[in-house]
Design a binder for this molecule. Structure first.
Ligand code: NAD
Length: 309
């Protein structure tokens, strides 16, 4: 029998050229925003970094310089690379400086209302072709995209912490994200020497869907008295071969971020197995957010950091 096999017609979008990303804007100069600025600038891209707090911008530049010094001491970059990269980073507290950006990556606090307010204030300053990415750990890309004037140019670009060290970027398409935006995001990740994993737009995507419930379970183990902080972390480091214990890792990520992710999983999937541990809530209410506030499951004013219970 003769069966004619015809190639499937190419999707019209696939024929569209991939937009080039030559200039990047970043909103939020916290631990993620400064890391994203660091890798973009080292890859040769001019960067504009914005934050509501001028002191966060100063701190970000100091952190980037310090982290680059570490790379120099490991011979992965030179003094000249550092100087060139730092010269490519501009800082602003308003969005007028984003007019030339081809892609803006939002890396502000993990709160949906904060991110929506940022997009509303930001988009009038962008050129029409500018793409928008969110580094959110858990919030729906489709929903965030729909709140902007350009859902087809909106995408999830989820970097891992610390950005200069971690190889992975999760790329998440919203329902409206077009193919050129997806291809441009993949190309940007490649330029930053990252490997991408494509995730569907489900709460917390792949990494945090698996990782953060494990952290929450470790907090439950502490809450129920199964083990002390030191015992839980030791058990997972040596028993499961994890490079960091789950409570140490929670402090590193930020307990507020961990709690927000659990709340998104709990609400988004309506499953009681994602219930945030009350002890995690209590730490966040106390303002003990981990390394960034000097205290979480460990007290970082002590050397070495001492477990707080
Ligand atoms: P962070 O608290 O260190 O930094 C957030 C920054 O956003 C702060 O400097 C804050 O001043 C700024 N900000 C708040 N509101 C703003 C506004 N309206 N305009 C401009 N800037 C504003 O938080 P982070 O850990 O860097 O997290 C940022 C984002 O990255 C979150 O969406 C988080 O879920 C995501 N993320 C975090 C990690 C992690 O391990 N911490 C990993 C991957 C992704």
């Amino acid at each position: 029998m003769n069966v004619e096999v015809r190639p499937a017609p190419a999707a019209p979008q696939a024929l569209l050229p991939t937009p080039e990303i030559a200039r990047v804007g970043i909103v939020g100069a916290g631990q993620m925003g400064n890391g994203i600025a660091h890798v973009c600038a080292l890859a040769g891209l001019p960067v504009v970094l914005a934050d509501v707090k001028p002191e966060a911008l100063e701190q970000a530049l100091a952190t980037i310089a310090r982290n680059m010094d570490r790379q120099i001491s490991r011979n992965t970059i030179t003094e000249a690379d550092k100087a060139d990269a730092l010269a490519r980073i501009g800082t602003v507290t308003d969005y007028a400086g984003f007019a030339e950006a081809d892609m803006v990556i939002e890396a502000a606090t993990e709160k949906e209302d904060v991110k929506r307010a940022i997009f509303k204030a930001l988009t009038p300053h962008l050129k029409k072709s500018c793409m928008l990415a969110s580094n959110t750990s858990s919030i729906s890309i489709t929903r965030l995209g729909a709140s902007t004037d350009r859902p087809e140019k909106f995408i999830g670009m989820h970097f891992m912490n610390p950005v200069p060290v971690m190889k992975l970027v999760e790329v998440i398409r919203g329902i409206a994200t077009d193919e050129p935006t997806f291809q441009a995001t993949q190309a940007l990740a490649q330029k930053l020497h990252k490997t991408t994993a494509v995730s569907e737009d489900f709460p917390a995507f792949i990494v945090n869907r698996i990782l953060v419930p494990m952290i929450n379970e470790a907090v439950y183990a502490l809450y129920e008295g199964v083990g002390s902080i030191a015992a839980i972390d030791m058990a997972m480091r040596l028993g499961a071969n994890h490079p960091m214990g789950p409570l140490e890792l929670a402090d590193f990520i930020g307990l507020d971020t961990c709690l927000s992710i659990m709340q998104v999983l709990y609400e988004g999937l309506s499953d009681s197995k994602y219930r945030p541990c009350p002890l995690l809530v209590k730490y966040v209410e106390a303002g003990w957010l981990g390394r960034k506030t000097g205290r979480g499951f460990y007290d970082y004013t002590q050397t070495p950091p001492r477990p707080t219970r």
